[in-house]
Design a protein around this ligand. Sequence first.
Ligand code: SF4
Length: 431
Amino acid sequence: MDDARATGSPPDAAAAAAPWTCPFCTLLCDGFGVDAQPDGSLRLSGSDCPRARAGLAQFTATPDTAATPRINGQPATLDAAVAAAARLLRRSRLPLFGGLGTDVAGARALYRLAERSGAVSDHANGPALFTAARALQDRGGFTTTLAEVRTRADLLVCLTRPSDNFPEFFRRCGVGDTSLLAQRRIVYLGLEPEAALQGLPGVSVETLPLQGGDLFTTLSVLQALCANRPVPGADAALVDLSEALAAAHYAVLVWEPARLGGHGALAAESLHQIVNTLNHATRAASLALGGNDGAGTVQQVFTWLSGLPTRTHCSPLGLEHDPLRHDAALLLARGDVDALLWVSAFHPVAAPDAGLPTLVLGHPDTPACAAESVFIPVATPGIGHAGHLFRTDGTVLMPLRALRGESLPGVAQAVAAITAAFESVERVETA
Ligand code: SF4
């Protein structure tokens, strides 16, 4: 496991001088700094983003050297914990890899271990990933980047309040910067706008009520109107919006898969159809906000390595992708899996207590669950080690730099060590 400790070296001077990329949401802002305070805390500078501040509050300027692996609740060496993790996976006939809060290197290592151990994998944000992937698989879509929104989008239609979960969204999009665009119109469907938008130069903000009080109905009506199909009883405001969408130079529909609920893929499909229709005559796109805590990154990495996204079982018979059957919550509730590997490197999130042998690779402050068998504390990408994450627009891979040197392994190093030990452990047949 000596290699696993290699991330403990302090970041070099060039890396320390590079901009910090915030890993706490998929906007991955790289224009802010972090100052170490005399009391040991890390303070964000250049932004008052509450999400980043909360994220940084989970760490001190001095790494927690007291973080120790555990086996059955007792302190253990890292090598012993790795060996116990490998034995746990060897005993399992169908392990679940859940949480999956990690970066590109961690995801690559996890996929390799999933292949070796015959695991099924699902991210903690699996339902939102499923909503986005299902709509894209069924209909395809025109998507955009933050840079295009910033320089070209004169009409934003928001199906969510973007800055609730992505606090710097409007600043990243240059909203209020009239040197980029003199005028922007922002329309919320059934939602109150964020107060921070009021009074920004060149920005008009309004809310339209949902037709029939329902988002799916509203999108369906809007879709028909954009296709020039008459809709008896359509709200006049929606008729006006369809005309504004057709007249816009570049309309962008902003949505958040995690906020669409259980049958969100239906609404997402309508949204994609609106964009598709508009592109026959003008330019329009959708922008999905999501993929936090490594969700978007793991989805990309698993897909490029195997051709299939998460919720895939690496079975001895081959890859079985079933986004409904391989929902982690469902697998746990039904008792279809017999071990859990839980990964949460960004936040101290406890593993679900499913009564299964549980191996946790987590933030050092992760609370133990009752079934915890092995715990290995890991460093956080962008705090304790360098790494890479995909931005919310999916086409930009952002480098992360370490804020401080740590002795803890990253997820990639810990999983690589477990995989090596797994290969050398004799398979233990269960009764
Ligand atoms: S908006 Fe997201 S990436 Fe930007 S500073 Fe806040 S948490 Fe970090």
